[in-house]
Design a protein around this ligand. Structure first.
Ligand code: SF4
Length: 457
């Protein structure tokens, strides 16, 4: 099992990795299929299924699909160009993907939200079709957006395809138990083993640079969120709060006014800054998803700004350790809210952040595993019930709480010797089973929970 740190942490756009990035990536893959096919295409059609339909409008899945079919991609996304393209598509009913002829695609008639049963492979399904001049389908593909911006075709999903095939890696741990055993035998930290795996896959030169860029994008996102106020889009009239909380915290600095727990407000402000940017469709890094993108940057920023001895030179160690834990969760359970509820998103993010913080604060591999376990264990059962299908309530605040739990988990683990009662593997398996048993209405469909109990929504 190998999942690169650059697959776990991807630069993309808000508000959702599964509902925005995934569909855009799927559309890009479909355009590649069209470029390779021996047909003359005249038009495109798309249908969104399951959670992509139920919360698609709130998560901007329609927008992402339209832009994806017009040739936009998450990592090079330019909002001004996207707005211009959308305007043109609305006026002409045509998309102009690179290296293909202009294709008919009028979102009003060619993009459908299908509120019937889910497609068989996954809760986030979409079907993309290319047609001839009569409107008959010449090429069709079913894609599943499986969380964190990862996408699979129907055939890949059925074949259980490993999305990261490649040369063997020196530390192919598939469970936390294997990871600890390999750490013990090799004398390496989790980050060192992960780094060796990345190097075996050809990431040697780009690793430090890539990790530095990821942190730059994460921190830029925090800074934008801390300096922007106003109302978030989508119709809920949710006020951005990160800036005002941060302004107040800064004003109170040095005035001896604050109770010690105010440090939690700093963490919340950092996390909320990211998730407010995400909700506004800004640039974020999946960590491991967009909805949970605030937890890990908030914990890094907390560490850098508030913990004596912290150094930005160790951010790659933080990210590599976090990615190792995220890979275990993804491989053995899920990082998708549509698959397993918010325990899989904010819970996974909190476990990853706890592990990263524990590692850079000198934790042993056993303590790191313990930190991840504590953080994930105390998110078990958490549902996904975004109000109005928007990644705002409860998502924004929840990232702050995920960061606070991550720091507490790392701290508790560092006070022990790494021995503990519940293995991380057991918590991951419990999360998987709980996700399987969770009613569909609590899995990113906005058909239950807060989504139906908040008045006037
Ligand atoms: S409730 Fe959690 S899983 Fe659901 S959209 Fe919000 S952050 Fe993602």
């Amino acid at each position: 099992m190998f999942l690169s740190v650059f697959d776990m942490f991807k630069v993309g756009i808000g508000p959702s990795s599964s509902h925005t990035m995934g569909p855009m990536v799927a559309a890009a893959d479909f355009l590649d299929m069209l470029r390779a096919a021996p047909f003359e295409f005249h038009g495109l059609k798309a249908s969104l299924h399951g959670s992509l339909a139920f919360t698609g409008v709130g998560h901007a899945t329609d927008r992402a699909t339209i832009l994806g079919l017009a040739g936009f991609q998450p990592d090079t996304y330019d909002n001004t160009k996207a707005e211009e393209a959308l305007e043109q598509i609305r006026e002409t009913g045509l998309v102009h993907p690179p290296d293909l002829p202009a294709l008919k695609f009028d979102p009003r008639e060619d993009l459908k939200f299908d509120f019937g049963p889910n497609l068989p492979g996954h809760a986030n399904g979409m079907i993309l079709m290319a047609t001839d001049a009569q409107g008959d389908v010449l090429l069709q593909e079913t894609f599943y957006s499986i969380g964190g911006g990862f996408v699979m075709t129907e055939a890949e999903l059925a074949a259980g395809k490993d999305t990261n095939e490649g040369p063997p890696v020196p530390y192919p741990f598939k469970s936390a138990a294997e990871m600890l055993e390999m750490a013990q035998t090799s004398g390496k930290t989790i980050a060192e083993m992960k780094k060796a795996n990345e190097v075996a896959r050809g990431c040697a030169d780009s690793l430090a640079k890539g990790c530095a860029r990821l942190w730059q994008v994460m921190n830029d996102c925090i800074e934008r969120g801390l300096t922007t106020d106003g109302i978030l889009p989508g119709g809920l009239s949710v006020k951005r709060r990160a800036k005002s909380i941060h302004d107040a915290l800064q004003a109170e600095r040095g005035m001896n006014l604050n109770a010690p727990h105010t440090i939690n407000d700093w963490m919340s402000a950092y996390a909320m800054a990211v998730n407010e940017e995400n909700a506004a469709g800004g640039q974020v890094v999946t960590a491991p998803t967009n909805g949970a993108a605030g937890v890990l940057p908030a914990v890094i920023r907390y560490w850098l700004d508030h913990v004596p001895g912290a150094s930005a030179s160790r951010i790659d160690e933080f990210l590599l350790t976090s990615a190792a834990i995220g890979g275990l969760v993804k491989f053995n359970a899920s990082i998708s809210g549509a698959e397993a509820g918010c325990q899989a998103e904010v819970g996974s993010a909190s476990a990853m952040a706890a592990a990263g913080l524990c590692a850079v604060m000198g934790g042993t591999p056993e303590q790191v595993e313990n930190a991840a376990e504590i953080a994930l264990e105390h998110h078990l059962g958490m549902t996904c019930d975004p109000v109005k299908g928007l990644v705002q309530v409860p998502c924004i605040e929840r990232n702050g709480l995920g960061a606070i739990k991550a720091v507490s988990a790392a701290s508790l683990a560092l006070r022990g010797d790494g021995t503990h009662f519940v293995p991380l593997d057991s918590v991951i398996e419990t999360m998987r089973q709980t996700g399987d048993d969770m009613h569909e209405k609590y899995k990113e469909t906005s058909l239950g929970g807060l989504a139906v109990n908040v008045p006037n929504c």
